[in-house]
Design a binder for this molecule. Structure first.
Ligand SMILES: CC(C)(COP(=O)(O)OP(=O)(O)OC[C@H]1O[C@@H](n2cnc3c(N)ncnc32)[C@H](O)[C@@H]1OP(=O)(O)O)[C@@H](O)C(=O)NCCC(=O)NCCS
Length: 169
């Protein structure tokens, strides 16, 4: 659990599933839409932020074993969303820090994000990388997205976490 001030970040439980669903659904311009069923089956890979007695944000991760050897799996930060009126108060930062703290324990080859919010991820130790570095993600995720002509002209930015020296590479 990560606590700072009045904002608490914790691992999600099934009781949070519908609220996470609503948060992601409200931000589908920036996030990949997720069904409630998908959120329920991924609940162990999601975190929520609470403030002033309500759920104000969520974030999660997805492991990508698609290429390379098992120990070279990448982990993607996904579904980072903060309620509009709670933005710019450090909620997103605490959520992503909690996700990174958890996934670093797995020793992933890389921690990546595909995002429309590069400034936000930049403050968290992520740097932009060429999309060609995450072809596995493009083949498994972006290929199912209908928003843009193709993954390479899509304005989403690919980023990789470089903030942790202890990350195994
Ligand atoms: C991106 C998002 C999660 C940020 O959440 P947040 O709680 O506002 O972020 P934080 O307050 O923790 O921001 C940390 C730092 O990131 C940077 N940052 C955050 N949002 C930013 C923005 N819109 N533009 C530029 N910098 C931004 C700032 O440096 C900020 O620190 P500061 O407020 O002291 O200047 C939120 O805006 C959101 O839900 N957006 C819609 C969904 C989305 O785009 N998700 C990310 C894609 S995976």
């Amino acid at each position: 659990m990560v606590e700072r001030g009045e904002i608490t970040v914790r691992a999600a439980t099934l009781k949070d599933a519908e609220r996470i669903y609503a948060l992601v659904r409200r931000n589908t311009d920036q996030l990949v839409p997720r069904s409630l069923g998908n959120i329920v089956e991924s609940i162990d890979r999601l975190f929520v932020a609470e403030a002033e007695g309500e759920t104000v944000g969520c974030a999660g991760y997805q492991i990508h074993p698609e290429i390379g050897s098992p120990e070279a799996a990448a982990v993607e930060i996904v579904s980072v969303a903060v309620k509009t009126i709670f933005r710019r108060r450090g909620v997103g930062r605490k959520l992503v820090e909690a996700v990174i703290e958890k996934i670093k324990k797995f020793g992933p080859k890389e921690i990546v994000a595909l995002t429309f919010a590069p400034e936000f991820f930049g403050t968290l130790g992520f740097v932009e990388i060429p999309k060609t570095k995450i072809m596995h993600k493009l083949y498994t995720g972006c290929i199912n997205c209908a928003k843009h002509d193709n993954p390479f002209t899509c304005p989403e930015i690919a980023m990789e976490y470089r903030g942790g020296a202890e990350q195994s590479n």
